[in-house]
Write a protein of this length. Structure first.
Lengths: 410, 234
């Protein structure tokens, strides 16, 4: 990317008011194979907040440009991104005017072929949704961190992950982080998957705001001297666009914008290709995350299927049930798009009861599960418990629901 | 495997007392000592004198749960007005307290509970401990800002977790910070930090006095539950 002086080097020490011998932090890092970073490098255990975990993830992600507009609870992470910019781990960073501007600009950055990061929460996501839903069709690998927050009136800043349901049918890759550790690991995996030639799609890593972003927990991080390989703009399903020499095209392919028989076919095949690319990303997530799901107690009759923070509550419920001599299984769904249909079916083939606790009112995960398990699984699927509007789901609540479920379904 | 021990602490106080800071210090202290802990503050607008809550989980094994603690077995009340004026997000203040739970209250004298409160606390068999934390802070650190140190110290005295050494290390982490190393800064910045550091060193000493006194206070009162009662000083 060029700076105002037309130089191909983004930042010089003098530009930044640094000592003449200043070297950007990113330039001191060594590129490492992603599989080595995810599975082999030694890890140091830190006790940090989710926002700090996001910072450590960004530090190792070789990000060319970050653009964001502050909104609680995302703002703490993007404030941390400011430190990374100052230290030279992120090459360009600015606060856009608002979310439509943010998500339009980040799309332009990605089209130019550089690794682009943004982040938002609840209402900010909703505001930018028009731009966001244009990303997959434009085949723009972008990483977006999404710190979930209540979106409906009355206004609230509290955690609630209903906003994730708005992204399910966009063609975006969507991971759901359970805790601070996942919020460190998943963005790195999502970046690498999204930039594969046969994927070339934006990826979102959602996390339940506050419960993870503002709370401290253990996070194991790889040494900071290693970073992901850079994005190769040319390794892409579509060519990177030259945004600097006019005329810069707004659309990928102008004929699609016409209304005629050919354009309808082009558009439908374009959409089919986007959703096929979502499915193709599964093999990369499988490799990077060690599976799209995690299964605890695979032989159980009672199962909990959950994503995000609900997994943590379920884990504790599983532990306490175990203390009482009852085996309860757990399926953690790491990836919502692609949805791990076959893996879940296989995991719950012996299940009699499936409980789906969620941190939203609509129960989008329950609906997803019913859609894929209908007619293919003998278990009774119960939707709940659900908390929303910022509520916490105490483990006691999950235990009560399990006890009730056992009475209902003998 | 040894029995899983779990303390779920809900801290309540008023804005400016350092309740959230206290939760970071206790939680970090437990991690330093080799135990498991997680903490989550209550998320709202932060302003002086407004109700504040923060939640800390302490255990000798991995903690999975997240979020606010609805059913605590320990309550820390940093200011009497949490109870007497209802300055609390949780009303009444003991809502959700588990049977035989501990309530540590910063107050020199017992709080006059209402008849209903008294009855419910008795039904819960709550153990109520009064700690004159603000008086200790004023006497020893010459500022009521160290009230939270008194509350942290008492927790160490009661549970032995975090132990006094780890608690002291945690306080140091918080106020001096691991990030004190100057990175690419100018000489002017260095000297500014050095000045600040000298002040912080004093702050640490004052805080430590309150910590030591409150740990000892908890032990003297016979509140200690630790298998090996903590020594009073780090």
């Amino acid at each position: 990317m060029a700076n105002v002086k037309g130089s191909s080097v983004c930042r010089t020490a003098t530009d930044e008011g640094k000592p003449a011998d200043w070297v950007p932090g990113g330039e001191k890092q060594t590129v490492v194979d992603p599989m080595k970073m995810f599975h082999e490098l030694p890890r140091e255990k830190l006790f940090i907040t989710g926002s700090e975990a996001a910072r450590e993830s960004m530090r190792r992600a070789n990000i060319d440009i970050a653009i964001a507009y502050p909104i609680t609870p995302q703002s703490e992470s993007m404030q941390q991104a400011g430190y990374l910019y100052d230290e030279g781990y992120i090459k360009e960073y600015y606060r856009a005017e608002e979310e439509i501007g943010t998500f339009s600009a980040i799309s332009g950055a990605s089209r130019a072929g550089v690794r682009s990061l943004t982040a938002t929460s609840g209402p900010g996501l909703m505001r930018g949704m028009e731009a966001i839903s244009s990303w997959p069709g434009a085949r723009t690998p972008i990483i977006m961190l999404n710190m979930c927050r209540v979106i409906n009136t009355p206004l609230a800043i509290q955690p609630d992950n209903i906003e994730m349901s708005f992204m399910l049918n966009t063609g975006i890759l969507l991971l759901h982080a359970e805790n601070q550790q996942d919020f460190y690991d998943y963005p790195l995996a999502a970046i690498m998957a999204s930039e594969q030639v046969d994927v070339t799609l934006p990826a979102v890593v959602s996390v339940d705001g506050f419960f993870c972003t503002h709370a401290r927990g253990p996070v194991e991080v790889t040494p900071e001297e290693y970073k992901l390989p850079p994005r190769d703009g040319w390794r892409s399903a579509v060519p990177a666009m030259d945004n600097e020499n006019p005329p810069a095209r707004i659309s990928r392919d102008a004929p699609i914008q016409k209304s005629n028989f050919i354009s309808y076919h082009m558009h439908s095949s374009w959409q089919q290709e986007v959703f096929a690319a979502v499915e193709r990303s599964a093999k990369y997530f499988d490799k990077y995350l060690g599976g799209l799901i995690e299964v605890v107690n695979p032989d159980a009759e009672d199962f909990i299927i959950a994503s995000g923070c609900a997994v943590s509550q379920a884990r504790e419920a599983v532990r306490q049930e175990g203390e009482q001599g009852r085996t309860v299984g757990l399926v953690k769904v790491k990836s919502i798009r692609p949805f791990p249909t076959e893996q879940i079916l296989d995991a719950v083939k012996g299940a009699k009861r499936i409980l789906v606790p969620e941190f939203n009112q609509a129960g989008w995960l329950h609906k997803e599960l019913c859609a894929v398990l209908y007619g293919r699984c003998n278990a009774v699927i119960k939707d709940g418990p659900r908390v929303f509007g910022g509520m916490t789901m105490p483990t006691e609540m999950v235990l009560e629901w399990l006890a009730e479920f056992r009475k209902e379904v003998k | 495997m040894s029995e899983v021990k779990r303390y779920n602490i809900r801290m309540a106080g008023i804005g400016g007392q350092g309740v959230v800071t206290a939760s970071h210090i206790v939680s970090n202290g437990v991690v330093i000592s080799g135990g498991f802990s997680s903490l989550v503050p209550f998320f709202g607008s932060e302003k002086r004198n407004a109700p504040v809550e923060s939640y800390v989980r302490i255990s000798n094994s991995t903690i999975y749960e997240i979020g606010e603690i609805i059913f605590p077995n320990v309550l820390m009340i940093f200011h009497p007005s949490v109870i007497t004026l209802g300055k609390s997000y949780t009303m009444p203040f003991y809502t959700g307290l588990k049977q035989k739970g501990i309530i540590l209250i910063n107050s020199k004298k017992p709080i006059p509970f209402t008849r209903d409160e008294q009855r419910e606390l008795e039904e819960k068999e709550a153990r109520i401990y009064y700690l004159p934390a603000t008086e200790m802070a004023n006497d020893l650190a010459k500022t009521d800002l160290a009230t939270n140190m008194g509350m942290c110290g008492a927790i160490s005295g009661i549970f032995g977790l975090p132990d006094p050494e780890s608690l002291a290390a945690s306080v140091k982490d918080r106020f001096v910070g691991k990030g004190i190393v100057v990175s690419g800064g100018t000489a002017a910045l260095d000297s500014a930090i050095e000045k600040k550091f000298a002040k912080k060193q004093k702050l640490l000493e004052a805080n430590q006095k309150v910590l030591d006194a409150s740990i000892q206070y908890a032990i003297d009162q016979g509140w200690s539950e630790a298998e090996k009662p903590a020594k009073a000083t780090a």
